[in-house]
Design a protein around this ligand. Sequence first.
Ligand SMILES: Nc1ncnc2c1ncn2[C@@H]1O[C@H](COP(=O)(O)OP(=O)(O)OP(=O)(O)O)[C@@H](O)[C@H]1O
Length: 129
Amino acid sequence: MGLSDRNQKGFRRLLRSFVFATHGLKHVVKYEQNMQIHVGCSLLVIALAWWLQFPLMHWMILLLVIGGMFSLEIMNTAIERTVDLYTKEFHPLAKRAKDVAAAAVFVYGVFAVVIGLLLFGPPLLDLLL
Ligand SMILES: Nc1ncnc2c1ncn2[C@@H]1O[C@H](COP(=O)(O)OP(=O)(O)OP(=O)(O)O)[C@@H](O)[C@H]1O
């Protein structure tokens, strides 16, 4: 697609946006090890939630947390690629941008773990005790 096609409107443009988004998603899943770890962990916790027969509210919280994690990792990759486009040389600001983007994923990850413990802890303890 040329940049001039940006003026197009309607369903075809919407459809093309989805296609480009899937290209981005495929790229992140294929090349980012962290994303592969997120996908693996997500499948595990979804299976565990299924086995524990989570109530609807717990499912909604779990899926929101997983979706947020994926989205942040995708955005982190976008920032990494943009920085790499600007410079392949060592640059303190390039380091700052990448480190701060990684920090966003890290902070969300810490909170995701805490939410996971709150969601899974009580039913797992019930089973064990
Ligand atoms: N051009 C650069 N200038 C200075 N430091 C950089 C540069 N590129 C990367 N770094 C440093 O190396 C770290 C890793 O950068 P890289 O692009 O390899 O990301 P990554 O290891 O793929 O990260 P992630 O594991 O989150 O995908 C950055 O967080 C930053 O500290």
